[in-house]
Write a protein that binds this ligand. Structure first.
Ligand code: HEC
Ligand code: HEC
Ligand code: HEC
Ligand code: HEC
Ligand code: HEC
Length: 469
């Protein structure tokens, strides 16, 4: 036990050295260390809920709420711990159960010494006792549990606690403490959400994480007027605490369908997609379908976070009028794995031998990076030869899909048929290819949505004329 602790703090010291080397942010306060506090120093979220009921309801069921109890995390951390002989225990836990680490309850990694409050993940009385930070990456937070709650207001009063303003709460650097993960031994950047934001146009324009993740808007700031607590004054904007990303898989396991629905909505607003197909094609023709995908709404790569585990891909299905499949790519096989996709938009990490691995604690290099950068546009082409005897018209259905993990990863960890990873449709376009013999005026389905567009334009025009009279 002692040997293990000593090794673990040595490992952590190495991590700190690397953090200071890799974070580009000015040193503010010294990061809180393993075991500086006890779990009794922190207050249960049920107390905060008494006055901050709406904020509590927002937070409940989110991935911050689940950060420790998330079964995917708990399985992966067991494997990571085994692979590294326990050296990585404190490192992984620092973001997933911050109270567990600062109160010295982890290691052991099996949770046997954890108090109930430490299992509540990233929670109210952790986030609001952050009183400073030593930059970004690998959780260099300073926490001061007790009577004072830090936050975004400089004029806030509560009968229960002292309030203190800290600008950090309104900045991406707050989120960047945890949403930037650097391998503690070899320095490989494993999660670059913060740095990819910082280097993007959003970073330049200072459109921060909170603007998209803690307001009513999904791709830009949208105010949410209200009161931050019972008896509090009405304010122009209260930040929403239903912070969601793309995870619609784990929240459902905890019964939080509302959070899963919000993740789906977010994914559906993240991109724009255009698909071009020829209007006509004859047997023997080479048909090319070209999809142009833009990351128009996310302030970082798509996907981001543990992007080596996430999957984004294009599914293309061409069928004829009788439903016969003429071409398909990126569909799921009977085991739930992706079949024949041209590209998976994620990144592939490699271990010290250069073999691909999604065990990121073993990674020391990036083998491939196919994520779609903020505001970046990528194109993907599918070409096939049109066979004879098809029944026109042909339908080309193009779907951009997302899922939180490959099915085989989940089957491997939990056993087959335990969990089905949901496939979320981020974007879709359908188009039609006609028989060259069809006269142009009869090629009506060539722009689906056009008739609706035309009808609404006609309506606008009529209303316009009406009002002018
Ligand atoms: C991941 C960290 C995190 C968690 C968990 C969290 N908060 Fe916050 N909270 C913030 C940040 C960041 C802001 C400021 C956002 C801004 O103004 O841009 C904030 C703002 C607030 C405010 C000021 C009013 C407002 O909404 O703007 C209150 C009150 C508050 N939080 C209470 C809570 C309570 C109660 C909980 C638990 C149910 C909680 N917070 C959980 C990070 C967190
Ligand atoms: C007795 C009621 C009550 C309880 C219990 C309570 N708060 Fe508050 N809190 C308030 C009120 C009222 C405000 C003022 C809101 C405002 O200024 O708009 C406030 C403000 C805040 C702020 C904003 C501080 C700032 O300066 O930006 C934070 C953060 C906060 N509370 C967190 C918490 C946390 C975390 C808990 C649980 C440990 C908690 N509160 C428990 C009533 C309470
Ligand atoms: C103490 C560390 C910590 C801080 C600070 C923090 N997060 Fe997180 N966040 C996490 C962890 C850990 C998870 C993932 C838990 C899991 O997947 O098991 C997470 C999950 C998320 C998710 C859900 C991702 C998904 O795949 O759906 C979003 C979005 C998110 N955080 C945004 C933010 C934003 C925005 C801020 C700043 C206001 C912030 N976080 C601050 C640790 C943190
Ligand atoms: C311009 C709006 C915008 C900004 C700024 C932004 N995000 Fe996001 N975020 C999104 C959208 C849209 C998605 C859904 C698409 C996706 O999953 O990438 C998302 C997804 C996520 C996810 C889940 C990633 C995945 O692919 O599963 C995390 C984690 C996250 N954001 C964290 C952050 C953090 C941390 C910051 C600040 C450094 C931030 N976001 C800034 C819009 C934004
Ligand atoms: C510096 C903070 C930090 C550290 C250290 C960290 N993580 Fe995470 N982890 C996160 C954040 C933030 C997310 C959410 C990113 C996203 O959703 O895309 C996450 C997500 C995950 C997920 C995905 C969970 C899901 O439900 O999809 C797994 C698994 C995971 N982490 C395991 C680990 C393991 C194992 C370690 C140690 C080797 C570790 N993490 C270390 C911050 C951290």
């Amino acid at each position: 036990m002692r040997g293990r602790l000593a090794r673990s703090s040595l490992f952590f010291m190495a991590a700190i050295v690397l953090v200071s080397l890799f974070s580009g942010f000015a040193v503010a306060t010294e990061a809180t260390q393993f075991g500086e506090y006890s779990a009794d120093d922190f207050t249960y979220e049920s107390r905060c809920r008494q006055c901050h009921a709406i904020i509590y309801a927002d937070w409940e069921g989110t991935m911050h709420f689940n950060a420790y109890l998330d079964p995917f995390y708990l399985e992966e951390v067991k494997v990571a711990s085994d692979d590294t002989d326990g050296l990585i225990d404190e490192f992984c836990s620092r973001c997933h159960t911050p109270i567990g680490v600062v109160s010295g309850e982890i290691p052991p990694i099996d949770g046997s010494e954890m108090s109930d409050i430490s299992k509540l993940g990233v929670q109210c009385d952790f986030c609001h006792v952050v009183s400073g930070s030593d930059g970004t990456g690998n959780a260099p937070f300073t926490v001061t549990p007790g009577d004072t709650k830090w936050g975004p207001f400089d004029d806030s009063k509560s009968a229960y606690h002292e309030s203190e303003y800290l600008e950090l709460y309104t900045q991406s650097e707050y989120c960047g403490m945890c949403h930037q993960v650097i391998h503690p031994v070899n320095g490989l950047v494993i999660d670059d959400t913060y740095s990819s934001w910082k280097e993007s146009q959003y970073g330049e324009d200072n459109i921060v994480c909170q603007d998209c993740h803690m307001t009513e808007g999904i791709t830009e700031f949208e105010a949410n007027p209200g009161r931050a607590g019972s008896g509090a004054p009405k304010r122009d904007h209260i930040s929403s605490h239903d912070i969601v990303g793309g995870n619609a898989f784990i929240p459902v396991m905890f019964g939080a369908e509302n959070i899963a629905d919000m993740a789906v909505e977010r994914l559906q607003k993240a991109t724009t997609m255009e698909v071009t197909t020829p209007e006509i094609a004859s047997a023997g023709d080479k048909v090319t379908i070209k999809a142009t995908i833009t990351n128009s709404g996310a302030g970082h790569n798509i996907p981001t976070g543990v992007s080596e585990i996430r999957q984004v891909w294009l599914e293309v299905n061409v069928t004829d009028a009788t439903g016969n499949v003429i071409y398909s790519a990126g569909t799921l096989d009977i085991y739930g794995n992706i079949d024949g996709a041209k590209l998976i938009y994620n990144n592939i990490l490699g271990d010290s031998e250069g073999n691909a691995t999604d065990s990121f604690w073993l990674a020391d290099r990036v083998l491939e990076d196919n994520r779609i950068g903020p505001k970046e546009t990528v194109t993907e082409e599918h070409t096939f030869t049109l066979p004879g005897n098809v029944v026109y018209p042909l339908t080309v259905q193009t779907n951009l899909n997302y899922r939180s993990a490959p099915q085989y990863t989940i089957d491997h960890l939990f056993g087959e048929e335990m969990y089905e990873v949901p496939v979320i449709n981020m974007n879709q376009v359908s188009s039609t290819i006609y028989d060259p013999a069809t006269p142009p005026e009869e090629r009506t389905e060539s722009t689906p949505g056009f008739s609706i567009f035309a009808a609404s334009m006609a309506f606008v025009l009529i209303m316009h004329i009406f009002y002018r009279k």
